[in-house]
Design a protein around this ligand. Sequence first.
Ligand SMILES: [Zn+2]
Length: 447
Amino acid sequence: MTFDLGIRCRTLLPMTGGEGKVHQDQFLGVKDGLIVESGPWKEGRDLECSRFIDSGSRIVMPGLVNGHTHLAMSLLRGYEDDLPFHKWLFERVFPVEAKWVDSEFVEVGVSLSALECIRFGTTTVNDMYFFTESAAKVLDGAGLRATLAWPFMDFPVPDEKHLGDQALAGRPARFQAFYERYRNHPRIRPALGPHAPYTCSDDLIREVTALSNRFQVPVHMHVSETEKEVRESVSKYGKTPAQRLYDLGALHSRFFAAHGVHLTDEEIRLFRETGASVIYNPDSNFKLGSGIAPITKFRRAGVECALGTDGSASNNDLSLFGAMDLGTKAQKVAHHDSTAMVALDALNLATYEGARALGLGHLVGSLEPGKRADLILIRTDHPHLMPMHSVLSQLVYACQGLEVDTVICDGRVLLDQGQFQTLDPTTIYAEVERIRLKLARELALHH
Ligand SMILES: [Zn+2]
């Protein structure tokens, strides 16, 4: 057989070069997880494929790239909503995490999120949380592509509870062990996750930067999410968060800033100069009342951007279709201009440009020979997707996410016509309910 997998794509949006061209009746040939052929469909090609899929009326496009997640936090979905941001984070989320987050919590939470990502057509995640080894194990088994940031903060993180005084000093060595284990993995990429400028001292930021330079791994950090963060940075350090990071040498082309809601024009220039990228999380920024990130400005300035959902405690779902829709409309509102951001921009952030912003542009983000076979098929036989005047408009403004029907990552089928192939939802849902009951019981005791 010439191909492990072949797909007849009657409607194909390959996103090659970030262009939104839609092609009719094409063929994609996959071998060893790599797209090796792309061109017009010819009769008989199915006979060259070990496995063959005819898209029928489904749209074929690249798997989506979620630029900012805390996957395990799905277990806190709906736990504490509608609070002020700092009260939510410091009085509710951090204490709960310190007490309850362990490797089991992360395994179950990431399993639930892996189901959700696959169901919504996301094949790549850029995650930052605790118990990174546990997350890596689950995501590897699920067949997803993931960049996993090892947590760094000024205080011990839940992983380090048992380590006492040795917690902080031993971090670089523990990160290095994780790095060594996954450095050559085809889908899992180790990264560094200093939480945010307001939870990381200058020394810690210097330490993370040195590790990033030494191992050439990405750094994933929350930056300028709220006005309060910027105000406090100016009063404590005499400079804005991004200026401080720049002065510490922390901004570089492997630096991914989640949010960037309140970056100034001068800070945008620093991002442009250093090649650092920004991840736009419209649902989370709306829900926590943080503001609207100036994504249009970043992109005009030549700063690469990705799109993210953030964790399910602040969204409350992991659908990039929702993020594309809201994120596009938010820019239109912010600029009082319906052309400020258009459907193709959103699709770019979720595929081609998003992959580039995360340093994965050579692997994924578009469907063309030489890239890994990360792709999704979306059913169009739904009332809200008819008539199909514009594939791009339907995907961004009408699709919800559950129309995704088949998901392939690295050439492997993870969702086959709505059926999970690598995870067992019944077992995962039972585990989620067991943990919910455990949290509910303990919360009842303490209230
Ligand atoms: Zn976040």
